[in-house]
Design a binder for this molecule. Structure first.
Ligand SMILES: Nc1nc2c(ncn2[C@@H]2O[C@H](COP(=O)(O)OP(=O)(O)OP(=O)(O)O)[C@@H](O)[C@H]2O)c(=O)[nH]1
Length: 907
């Protein structure tokens, strides 16, 4: 350890060496001079001395600080009150010790240093005093008093210095203690304050919340009384609040008739009036109460209670809102009047509400379901999709065939697979070899399904290969297929459409039988097909899966029997059953308009038995079955489950996928069919009206035009294709709107619809009947008939081109130079010109250039060749030109001659 002298130590402490020596001596360290060595023991002694003298020793366990502040408050009467504020804080160092020990240790060195410095300063002061004393002793007697004073001052200074040192130390300790104490106190204070504040705040919040709720309720009641009433029914808590709410709130829950006035200024005025009256009544004016309720006749219940002499009070249970939220059954279409009637409101309320929704409607206007439901909800009722007035509900009435036994039925099979894998060949082979008649001549073209008889029993094949037909059927909600035959060519393997077919079959949850086709081919590789199908999740039975794989050849017939057997096995697992002795129900597989026979439909009977002369309802068409034939064009008297037949006698062409139902009562069947037709037509009409309103807006906004079309075709397939193609012609400027499309000839009602919707009629492979032609002529309806779909599309496209606003384009046709300018009285300036390029015509437009800057644009007034008017002057010739309304012509000007061409735009 290095030894340091007193003077070195004093330097370290930044104090005079003498002072330190003095301090050391006073601490009991025997030292002679500042050059003596200060031992650690000496340092310790000094420290102890200083600590004990400054009160910072281990004995000092508590610091008490007292602050006193006196102030004066002047009262209003001028008197003064003395206020003394005392703050006393005791800090137990022990108590704080543990918490602050670490910090204290850190600060200790600094503290010591500060104490030492202070002590040194004090010592210095003392020394100075002593020196002064000595000087005074030497001084004269009269200076004694002064010296005394000096000593005193020195002593005071010393005391002060000591005190200051102690104070500083205490402050340092306090500051440190305060840090943690403050934190602790802060927490404690905070807690106490929080507890008190929380309670107060809770109360305030509660009050504020109640107030806000009341306000919100009042506002919502004011703005939307019917809605509120609805909620009041739905949510009991809100009901309680309603009871608590101020009177005017519950009064606002008046019946819908009144509720609808909610957002009119009239109501606001009324409310003001009402509260005024209520005020008056509180003052005891019972008559006023009567008057108040009297002017609003519907206040019945409330008034009666009043008569009972009970004073209305806010806390009193309020009467249930008189507005009754009802379930309104909204059919697919409904007139404004009917809708208003259903809700027991005036039609004007509905019209008003529609106006607020941005649509102008008349009382007899048909609204579509969506719009009507919005209005119903807007008026505070609950809208439900109606079934009530739908005659279809009759279908479920009166028939109970649950006791009729179920019998097994033939499976219905669809063949799917990739293109060219042999679907058609397979169906053909089966049909050729297995149909009941078995002769090619017996095969009809148009029937979309046929039955085959195998050793295992009957099977029905849907003769529309490919998954499009399958999914189209499913899309219409018709689940017809029981088993799917997936054809995969053994020389090609799994292809995209194979995968699609697999996913469709899986989605429909229909069991599959895989026909590995074309195994007669040398390049056939059934194993590879198997592997590929396994990869697609189609596991053969031999690999532990549930899908039978049968190698076949649609060409040679190899394996076909095996295939059919497997199909039957799959069907057996399904335990397909149906009732036989009940009126038939089924699905339309295909339908078309036959020129000679009228509408014909292929129907697959799914349940019951269809007999000739039965009355059937098929979609929106109905009729008595006039003729019924099977796939071999043989007349059939009765067709049981899974039996496909073609029927005649329907009033209209139904759609593929439409449900077929035998209705014993022809009148009822007719009623339902007409309802469906009317319904569909009305729906179209309503939608079209909505579209018209929209497009009217659009027209104004963007100059968009709509080409309304009514499309009629002979068969459903071509209808869909044509409608889609036509709709695709829509552009940003012209929208193709097919307002109605259907299968069959153009009828009078189609023409009427065209008149109403300003539509053009497009017929494909159909013609208009006499009556329709007559009405069309009278109303000037445009009808176009085509035998080729592309002709129809092209012509519509051309029509649309005509509707496009023509494009205006400037064509510069010539250039003229001004060589002379003549001023002629009454005419003005005439330019003597030379046509330098192209031609100038009498009706041309002119752009006047001076130094290649356009200074004027306008029309020619006259064009002359010598003295005669000229129609046109060509390049290289002179001419005289006057400009319409422009006399500012100078030699050297150039006239750019142009014409504006209107170019009909095509799409
Ligand atoms: N060798 C051989 N050729 C077959 C077999 N089955 C079908 N084909 C031939 O494969 C080609 C396509 O057969 P289709 O029955 O038309 O195939 P598809 O799957 O119906 O085709 P798309 O109707 O175009 O989807 C025809 O040339 C058939 O003659 C078969 O088992 N063996």
């Amino acid at each position: 350890m290095t030894k340091i002298t007193v003077s070195q130590f004093a330097r370290d402490l930044n104090m005079p060496a003498d002072t330190l020596l003095e301090q050391l001596r006073s601490a009991g360290v025997e030292l002679n001079s500042v050059d003596d060595i200060v031992t650690p023991a000496a340092k310790k002694k000094l420290l102890d001395k200083l600590q004990s003298s400054h009160g910072t020793g281990s004995a000092a366990k508590k610091i008490t600080l007292t602050r006193r502040k006196t102030s004066e408050i002047r009262q209003a009467d001028g008197s003064r009150v003395q206020v003394e504020v005392r703050k006393r804080r005791s800090i137990s160092l022990d108590a704080q010790k543990s918490a602050i020990e670490q910090r204290k240790a850190e600060d200790l060195a600094a503290m010591k240093k500060a104490a030492e410095e202070e002590a040194a300063r004090a010592a210095q002061a003392a020394k100075a005093a002593a020196e002064a004393k000595l000087a005074e002793e030497k001084a004269q007697q009269e200076a004694k008093a002064r010296a005394e004073a000096e000593r005193k001052a020195a002593a005071e200074a010393k005391a002060k210095a000591e005190e200051r040192a102690a104070q500083q130390q205490a402050q340092a300790t306090e500051a440190q203690a305060q840090k943690s104490a403050a934190a602790a106190k802060k927490v404690a204070d905070e807690q106490a304050r929080q507890e008190a504040a929380e309670q107060a705040a809770e109360e305030a919040r509660e009050a504020a919340r109640r107030k806000a709720e009341e306000e919100a309720q009042a506002i919502s009641a004011m703005l939307n009384r019917p809605r509120k009433a609805m909620r009041a029914e739905a949510a009991p808590e809100e009901k309680v609040q309603t009871k608590k709410a101020p009177k005017k709130e519950s009064k606002s829950s008046t019946p819908s008739r009144r509720g609808d006035r909610a957002d009119s200024g009239f109501t606001d005025g009324a409310r003001g009036r009402r509260s005024a009256v209520a005020e008056e009544r509180r003052g005891g004016g019972a008559a006023a109460a009567e008057q108040e309720d009297g002017w609003r006749a519907a206040g019945g219940r409330g008034r009666n209670r009043n008569r009972g002499g009970r004073q209305r009070q806010q806390q009193q249970p309020r009467p249930e809102p008189e507005f009754i939220s009802r379930e309104i059954h909204v059919p697919e279409t409904i007139t404004v009047a009917d809708l208003a009637h259903k809700m027991s409101v005036k039609a004007s309320e509905v019209i008003k509400r529609m106006m607020m929704l941005g649509q102008m409607v008349t009382i007899n206007q048909v609204l579509d379901q969506e719009t009507a439901m919005i209005v119903v909800e807007e008026l505070g009722h609950k809208a439900v999709v109606a079934k009530l007035d739908d005659p279809e509900t009759f279908l479920e009435e009166g028939f109970d065939f649950s006791d009729v036994p179920l019998v097994p039925r033939a499976p219905v099979v669809t063949v799917m697979g990739h293109v060219d894998h042999g679907k058609t060949s397979l169906l053909d082979y089966i049909r050729r070899s297995k149909t009941a008649v078995g002769e090619a001549g017996g095969i009809t073209q148009h029937i979309g399904a046929y039955r085959v008889k195998t050793e295992g029993g009957w099977m029905t094949f849907l003769d529309t290969p490919g998954h499009e037909a399958f999914t189209a059927m499913r899309a219409r909600g018709a689940e017809v297929t029981d088993v799917v035959i997936l054809v995969v060519a053994s020389d090609d393997g799994v292809m995209p459409q194979t995968r699609e077919a697999i996913s469709h079959a899986k989605a429909a949850n229909v069991p599959m039988v895989v026909a590995i086709n074309k195994i007669d081919k040398p390049e056939a590789n059934p194993e590879r097909v198997k592997q590929e199908l396994v990869a697609e999740g189609v596991i053969p039975e031999e690999y532990g899966g549930d899908v039978p794989f049968v190698p076949v050849s649609a060409k040679t017939g190899q394996g076909i029997d095996d295939l059919l057997e497997n199909v039957l096995l799959q069907a057996e697992i399904l335990e397909l059953k149906a009732q036989e002795d009940i009126p038939a129900s089924g699905i339309v597989i295909e339908a078309q308009l036959d020129r000679g026979r009228g509408p014909v439909a292929t129907i697959l009977v799914q349940n019951g038995t269809l007999r000739r002369t039965d009355v059937v309802l098929a979609g929106a068409s109905y009729g008595r079955v006039r003729a019924m034939v099977d796939e071999n064009n043989q007349a059939v008297e009765a067709a049981g489950p899974s039996y496909p037949v073609e029927i005649q006698g329907l009033s209209d062409v139904p759609k593929a996928g439409d449900e077929v139902q035998v209705i014993p009562d022809e009148r009822k069947a007719r009623e339902i069919a007409l309802f469906r037709q009317g319904k569909y037509r009305d729906v179209k009409l309503a939608r079209q009206q909505a579209a018209k309103l929209e497009s009217m807006f659009d027209n104004i906004q963007e100059g968009l035009q709509t080409l309304a079309l009514i499309v009629k075709t002979d068969v459903q397939g071509s209808l869909e294709a044509l409608v889609q193609s036509l709709q695709k012609l829509s552009t940003d400027e012209v929208r193709v709107d097919v307002v109605y499309s259907g299968v069959g000839g153009v009828s009078e009602s189609d023409v009427n619809l065209a008149t109403a919707s300003n539509a053009v009629i497009i017929g494909f492979n159909v013609r208009a009947d006499v009556q329709a032609r007559r009405v069309a002529e009278t109303n000037g309806i445009d009808m176009h008939f085509y035998n080729v779909i592309y002709d129809a599309i092209d012509e519509v496209k051309a029509a649309m081109s005509g509707m496009l606003a023509p494009e205006k384009r400037e064509d510069v046709i010539g250039m003229v130079e001004v060589r002379e300018v003549y001023t002629i009285s009454r005419i003005g300036k005439v330019a003597g010109c030379m046509v330098t390029e192209g031609v100038v015509r009498r009706d041309s437009s002119i752009r006047q250039l001076r130094n290649n800057v356009v200074i004027w644009t306008g029309a020619l007034d006259s064009l002359k060749r010598f003295k005669d008017d000229a129609r046109e002057v060509r390049s290289g010739f002179d001419c005289g030109i006057t400009l319409r309304g422009n006399n500012d012509i100078e030699i050297g000007d150039q006239f750019e001659v142009f014409e504006i061409k209107e170019i009909a735009r095509s799409l």
